[in-house]
Design a protein around this ligand. Structure first.
Ligand code: SF4
Length: 222
């Protein structure tokens, strides 16, 4: 687990409380409550889904319906539970009728997600479905093209391994997609292990040949 100072945990709690009254976009009007996120505030593994649905909006927790149960089953398959990871969404409020998030809503809400990532300091961020994947990769490629392909990314001020996955809600009713999701999920322990390995110090002569390092892709939008 990441060594997060106590002050930072307080900061996450304070940030969650400050978000509870957010009116940055039109979704504030129809929500029951803001669904900030839940789980281990020191998690090495963070999931980012799309938006709260009916049950999430009522209960104030992400992934509590059938998709949540599937996510829990997939986590159990790699020896983890909800308490070990942190789960959040791209949008913190439910779109009416569970319609797709609109670009201006995503833009309004993304500072909340980036701040969460900064405060939780995960090593691996797994995006669930198209919306979270496109936002956090900064690319328009859909989930069918990029699922299971990890990449290094800088989110806010945090360098992470970004790992796109199918959304569990989509996999629920499509057995072929579920198989792919299970197979992609099975690589998470390896990615977590790789993410915690300290980088090998470069050999001086190789460092000279390689020249200056390219800056990591900056996707933060603060
Ligand atoms: S969706 Fe995000 S930006 Fe819009 S009101 Fe809710 S918390 Fe604020």
């Amino acid at each position: 687990m990441s060594a997060v100072p106590i002050g930072q945990l307080d900061e996450l709690q304070a940030y969650a409380e400050s978000t509870a009254g957010c009116t940055r976009c039109r979704l504030a009007q129809g929500r029951t409550q803001v669904v900030f996120g839940s789980g281990n505030p020191r998690a090495d593994l963070m999931f980012v889904g799309e938006a709260p649905g009916f049950h999430e909006d009522k209960q104030g927790l992400p992934f509590v319906g059938q998709a949540g149960k599937l996510l829990e089953r997939l986590l159990a398959g790699i020896g983890l539970s909800r308490q070990d990871v942190y789960i959040a969404n791209t949008l913190k409020c439910r779109p009416p009728g569970n319609r797709d998030p609109q670009p201006d809503e995503i833009e309004a809400c993304e500072p909340h997600l980036f701040r969460q990532i900064e405060l939780i300091e995960p090593r691996v961020v797994a995006t669930l479905g198209n919306f979270a994947t496109k936002l956090l990769t900064g690319r328009p490629l859909g989930i069918t093209r990029v699922h299971g392909q990890e990449q290094e990314a800088t989110l806010g001020s945090r360098s992470v391994v970004l790992y796109p996955l199918y959304h569990p809600a989509a996999a629920l009713y499509t057995p072929a997609m579920l198989k792919v999701l299970e197979s992609d999920f099975a690589r998470l322990p390896e990615l977590l292990g790789r993410a915690v390995e300290p980088p090998a110090p470069p050999l001086p002569e190789l460092a000279l040949v390689a020249g200056p390092q390219q800056p990591a892709e900056q996707l933060g939008l603060f």
